[in-house]
Design a protein around this ligand. Structure first.
Ligand code: ADP
Length: 215
């Protein structure tokens, strides 16, 4: 599959991408994960990206396009790729169209996870993460078995991430509205947008199978 996953933060793009990878061997490409790995490695690119990321702003289009051109040319992408968190601005979307044209690649479709702000805010403000092993909980739908203790590693610090406070989420939703939502029209006009108003894997598969993938 060659897909772009579009949708607000917390819509479930990463979860869907991981499930689809198992389905047909396509690779998930998350620009957020690539940037975090560059920061952890202390690379020059990581240093350039860190300031913008820490401030909750977007990293520059030039840096992102440099990363993506290199990544899409790697061998594992031939089987298919699931773009998660990219493109995120109009210049990135336009540059991607040019890049894919140059590479002779056609997308199957752009999948929009059309999830309302209320659902996103509820989902993200109730999310908690173990500071030791990264296991994710939800105080409403998936609390740890013993309050405050991680089921997986037994650690006793299960916290709300800084970028999952109400204020931070509202800022991320605003950035999405301003910079990324215009891509919905762009892809609709190009004729390859499909929408799912649910982030359940079964519902998403149904949409992909009936409206996107050529049998
Ligand atoms: P989220 O979807 O929760 O915002 P991501 O892991 O996708 O998280 O991204 C984390 C941060 O990395 C973003 O807030 C932004 O600073 C940066 N980033 C990721 N992808 C892009 C992109 N395509 N363009 C610009 N910045 C990006």
């Amino acid at each position: 599959m060659k897909l772009i996953l579009l949708g607000p933060p917390g819509a479930g793009k990463g979860t869907i991408a991981k499930a689809l990878m198992k389905h047909d061997g396509s690779v998930q490409i998350s620009t957020g994960d690539i940037l975090r790995a560059e920061i952890a490695a202390g690379s020059k690119l990581g240093q350039m990206a860190a300031a913008a990321m820490n401030a909750g702003n977007l990293v520059s289009d030039d840096i992102i396009m440099g990363i993506m051109e290199k990544r899409l040319n790697e061998d594992d992408c031939q089987q298919g790729f699931l773009l998660d968190g990219f493109p995120r601005t109009m210049p990135q979307a336009e540059a991607l169209t040019v890049l894919l044209g140059k590479m002779g690649i056609e997308l199957d479709c752009v999948l929009l996870l059309d999830i309302s702000n209320d659902v996103i805010i509820d989902r993200l403000t109730t999310r908690r993460t173990c500071t030791n092993c990264g296991e994710i909980y939800n105080i409403k739908s998936k609390p740890p078995k013993v309050e405050g203790i991680c089921d997986v590693c037994g650690h006793d610090e299960i916290v709300q991430r800084d970028d999952e406070t109400l204020e931070a989420i509202e800022n991320r939703l605003q950035v999405y509205q301003d910079q990324t939502a215009p891509l919905i029209d762009y892809y609709q006009q190009r004729g390859n947008l499909v929408k799912s108003d649910s982030s359940d894997l079964e519902d998403v598969m149904q949409v992909l199978q009936t409206r996107c993938l050529k049998q």
